[in-house]
Ligand binder design. Structure first.
Ligand code: MSP
Length: 505
């Protein structure tokens, strides 16, 4: 199966923070998981570089917008690597390939008769890059940005969104899983049913942007071209190969609820107008919010979770972000909870299990690991694990998938406590039993590592290496009985060494 995942292209004029990283982490988990299942995957992320906001920041610094975006693009390009995400392509909307494609795309809509000229008069918020209704303002300012809105009156080109209302309703009828979770589908649908207004797709008098092919005096409205990145990237990400025939419409868009309307309403309509198929699926997740009050005094408030990657590692931040908030819902997290999960779940529950298992194999079996018949119940749990994790990830329940693996981690810890291998080791007559328990633990950790690989890739690799198991992450290996004999197993170094929280400040 082909599986193409996108994150939003982030506004280049802000700085990367944990909220952006959150979407990037989630996309990376899904892509890595799909690859383990044998899918042909593609992962796109990048930056949104046009718009009045960017030009103003550049002007304030006395440089051209292009100089400005060139300077900040690298900080954004580095974001995925900071959280160990591996996109296949990083798009910038100032790329020549994007600009050329956008012109062609908008021309197709124009030729279709879905663009007309009109005058837009209204209140505009540069922070949102959108017009506002008087009723949306709070004390005359944008509620999201607190910026004073400005009155704008200009000749614009409009996209006939209103003409697509019925087709969109039909689309939503035919494709009940087009937008997930369900409450987001309902939200998008009722917005459509509430009546759609045409929207302006151009700006007059704004020099920083992509000029319209039929009127060089105007540039494309930033949203009207940013959405197009999901298609444009496919035309030049692999020079000489057009990826559209293989990857479109096999696309899954991932984003937070702030930009639901653009993705669930405007974008499908624009695609239909330009003669493209609509996306396979749109998943709208919630906000990951930091509770500043709950921040440890010792950590201070100068440290962002993204900076803590340097302290706890990318795996811990990925784990914490996905585990703390049920994916799809809003949730508040704190930096203390990162420290706490690192110690309790990663350190004590998973890390110690690896240390104990390898130490016992080293001590009782001189480092030799021999597959043996152990507990039928443990084997059964491993056999069920692959399907239960896959089922949850397919439903975008990334948090549930992680919990399904964690249940097995806890089960293996309980197995150690129940079977007490240290007692078995004292009794020569129970040697086969000891082999069975060690085999259960090693096979269990092997299966757990593969099931966790999409979430915590470095940790998964380290677990497999410490047990001298093949680094083959194919999903069918998440099952019992795939353990291979090995020797020279050493007590593993702690996977999650103690981090002194106060020392971080
Ligand atoms: N440039 C537009 C997107 C264009 S896509 C064709 C934009 N950029 S943004 O920088 O504001 O990014 C918004 C997105 O960043 C959200 O939809 C979400 O994916 C991510 N997030 C930013 N802060 C977030 C949280 N606090 N929590 C969860 N996601 C967050 O909008």
């Amino acid at each position: 199966m082909r599986f193409y995942v996108t994150t939003p292209i982030y506004y280049v004029n802000s700085s990367p923070h944990i909220g952006h990283a959150y979407t990037t982490i989630a996309a990376d988990i899904v892509v890595r998981h799909r690859r383990q299942r044998g899918d042909d995957t593609f992962f796109l992320t990048g930056v949104d570089e046009h718009g009045t906001k960017v030009r103003r920041v550049a002007e304030a610094e006395g440089i051209t917008p292009q100089e400005y975006v060139d300077r900040v693009a690298d900080t954004w390009r580095a974001l995925p690597a900071r959280v160990d995400a591996r996109p296949d392509f990083f798009i910038r909307t100032s790329d020549e390939g994007h600009k050329a494609f956008v012109r062609d795309f908008l021309q197709r809509i124009y030729d279709n008769g879905d663009v007309y000229e009109g005058v837009y008069a209204g209140l505009y918020c540069v922070g949102c890059e959108s017009f506002k209704l008087e009723s949306e303002l709070v004390d005359g300012a944008c509620p999201d940005h607190g910026d004073a809105v400005q009155y704008l009156e200009e000749k614009n080109y409009f996209f006939r969104l209103s003409a697509y209302q019925e087709r969109l309703v039909r689309l939503y009828d035919e494709r009940p899983d087009l937008v997930l979770p369900r409450f987001r589908y309902n939200e998008a649908r009722s917005f459509i049913e509430g009546g759609l207004q045409d929207f302006s797709i151009s700006r007059a008098g704004e020099p920083w942007g992509i000029t319209l092919p039929w009127d060089e005096s105007q540039v494309a409205y930033v949203w009207a071209e940013a959405l197009v990145n999901y298609l444009s990237a496919l035309t030049y990400a692999r020079p000489g190969t057009d990826l559209r025939p293989t990857l479109w419409p096999e696309v899954r868009h991932l984003m937070a609820k702030d930009i639901l309307r653009f993705h669930c309403v405007y974008w499908p309509a624009m695609l239909l107008a330009a003669g493209y198929e609509v996306p396979k699926q749109i998943f709208v997740h919630g906000y990951l919010l930091l509770d500043e009050r709950k921040m440890s005094k010792s950590l201070g408030n100068v440290i962002s979770p993204l900076d803590l990657v340097g302290v706890y590692g990318a795996d811990a931040v990925r784990f914490w972000a996905i585990r703390s908030v049920s994916f799809g819902q809003d949730g508040t997290v704190s930096l203390d909870s990162l420290h706490e999960r690192y110690e309790r779940e990663l350190g004590n529950e998973l890390g110690n299990l690896v240390s104990r298992t390898t130490a016992m194999i080293a001590r009782y079996r001189d480092g030799r690991l021999q597959p043996a018949t152990g507990s039928a119940e443990v084997a059964q749990e491993l056999d069920d694990l692959g399907a239960s994790v896959a089922e949850r990830i397919d439903a975008w329940d990334l948090t549930g998938g992680l919990e399904a693996v964690w249940k097995v981690v806890r089960r293996l810890n309980a197995h150690v406590e129940e079977r007490r291998p240290w007692d078995l080791a004292k009794d020569g007559a129970r040697s086969a039993e000891l082999d069975g328990v060690l085999s259960d633990l090693a096979d269990g950790l092997r299966a757990v590592a593969i099931a966790l690989a999409a979430y915590v890739p470095t940790t998964a690799g380290a677990i497999l290496a410490s047990l001298r198991q093949p680094a083959d992450l194919a999903w069918e290996n998440v099952a019992s009985g795939r353990l291979v004999a090995a020797d020279s197993i050493q007590p593993a170094a702690p996977l999650f060494p103690r981090v002194d929280a106060p020392a971080v400040a």
